[in-house]
Design a protein around this ligand. Structure first.
Ligand code: 5AD
Ligand code: SF4
Length: 443
């Protein structure tokens, strides 16, 4: 979501004469788009601000100005604190306010003091964002993000998102379809439908009915040019029958799903306020596999949540071994100010968290490598959406989101090609074109 937001900010700024620079020394404005989900991410903002201030001061001495802005969830949660700790910051705005960037920049330029904007209305933002056009940053080659939902009402006890991103909001169906059609017209082949809790999508359609995500997926699959659909991030308890069946009915829906479970212990899941138990998660996976037998999963895990005993962690490891994940993100629990779990007095020691994280990650890495190796010898449709590191080299995505490297086929940028998988590594694959497939499958 943050990548998408950064892209949209760039789209807003282009008409004002800005273009992207990779070098802060060269920049008239630097925006740090920040994440508040764990303490480490939030603290990084302040060290990065110190670095940017040096550049800002140097430029000031040379007679030029640099606007320094902090965007995103740290800005939303700690706006005043940022201005106190880093008074040289010009602009602080939350994730629901960036459509106001032109006005905020004008106010900074006229300038008496810093501008702080942490207002909330997601709907207003979407109404004011520019249309996605050719050259839009939100389109990365042949794949693009499409936000369908924002915010979260679930209040997991460890999580800041309901406070920083605000209440759930679903965009109307017609707005989403217009954007999907535009993306298709612009040559996009893969869309990833985004939302903090995308399964809770319930957008108003023409006639006043409400559509869930499953219905929306069916409709987007009909859009000319769109050949692949993904969605994230999912909340298991909100996956309804319509969405599960869509996995069996819509071939464009890719057989890979990020389905965060967080823990395998019912006691911990309850303390997390997750609204699903470990067995419910297992049953959900069974239903998904029944609908789409080749589906593979990734997940998020938190170790060392307050009160997590060895036996709870063992339950997580049991679930991981039973379900099997081809990829996953795992984190040590990080107490976040303002969330209920941060106030619990049975916090787990750093040492135990480190130990458990290592055991979990070793198992998850093993599972990922086993899956990657099982792909060697198979032929997979790969969307070539990025240039590689070397001239001519391309990188694409398999249906399972594995990066696949391919040599010397630059002209195939944006195509979905059938690749024979030759090599598997921990985090990526390498493939080659199958001569027989070339004419048939290059779109
Ligand atoms: N500590 C550690 N991990 C967290 N996550 C969210 N909040 C915290 C926290 N306080 C993880 C969850 C979530 C992912 C995006 O980040 O696993 O799914
Ligand atoms: Fe955070 Fe996801 Fe829980 Fe919402 S559902 S509170 S975003 S972890």
């Amino acid at each position: 979501m943050n990548v998408y937001d950064s892209d949209r900010m760039t789209d807003i700024l282009r008409p004002l004469g800005f273009s992207l620079s990779n070098d802060p020394d060269d920049a008239d404005m630097v925006i740090l788009n920040t994440c508040h989900i764990r303490e480490k991410a939030a603290e990084k903002v302040y060290s990065e601000l110190g670095r940017m201030n040096k550049i800002k001061s140097r430029k000031k001495n040379q007679g030029s100005n640099m606007i320094l802005a902090v965007a995103g969830c740290v800005a939303q949660a700690e706006g005043d604190e940022i201005l106190r700790r880093a008074p040289f910051v010009d602009l602080v705005f939350g994730p629901q306010a960036y459509h106001d960037l032109p006005e905020m920049i004008a106010r900074v330029s006229r300038a008496k003091g810093a501008v702080l904007n942490t207002s909330f209305p997601a709907q207003v933002k979407f109404d004011h964002l520019p249309e996605v056009m050719l050259g839009s940053e939100a389109i990365n080659g042949a794949s693009a993000f499409l936000t369908v939902q924002e915010g979260c009402d679930k209040f997991c006890t460890f999580c800041v998102v309901p406070y920083t991103r605000g209440a759930e909001y679903s965009r109307p169906v017609s707005d989403i379809l217009v954007e999907a059609r535009r993306l298709g017209d612009l040559g996009v082949k893969e869309v990833t439908l985004l939302g903090q809790n995308v399964n809770s999508y319930h957008g108003v359609a023409i006639g006043g009915t409400e559509w869930g995500l499953g219905r929306l997926v069916h409709e987007i699959a009909e859009v000319e040019g769109i050949e692949r659909i993904r969605y994230m991030t999912s909340y298991p308890a909100d996956m309804d029958e319509e969405l599960i069946s869509a996995h069996g009915e819509v071939p464009a829906l890719m057989p890979f799903l990020h389905l965060p479970v967080q823990s395998g212990s019912d006691k911990i899941l309850k303390a997390m306020n997750r609204r699903h138990g470990a067995d419910q998660y297992r049953q959900l996976v069974e239903r998904l596999v029944k609908a789409r037998p080749d589906i593979a999963l990734s997940s998020d895990f938190i170790v060392g949540f307050p009160g997590e005993k060895d036996s709870d962690f063992d339950s997580t490891m049991k679930l991981v071994r039973e379900v099997g994940f081809i990829q996953a993100y795992s984190f040590k629990y990080s107490p976040r100010p303002g969330t209920p779990a941060a106030l619990l007095n049975n916090q787990v020691s750093e040492e135990v968290k480190t130990e458990r994280l290592k055991i979990l990650q070793d198992e998850l890495n093993k599972q990922q490598l086993v899956f990657n190796k099982s792909c060697v010898g198979r032929t997979m449709p790969v969307l070539l959406d990025r240039p590689g590191r070397f001239k001519g080299q391309m990188i694409g995505r398999s249906p399972y989101m594995q990066p696949v490297h391919l040599s010397a086929q630059e002209h195939l940028f944006g195509a979905i090609v059938n690749l024979h998988i030759d090599v598997a590594q921990a985090n990526s694959l390498a493939g080659s074109l199958e001569a027989v497939n070339q004419s048939k499958n290059v779109a």
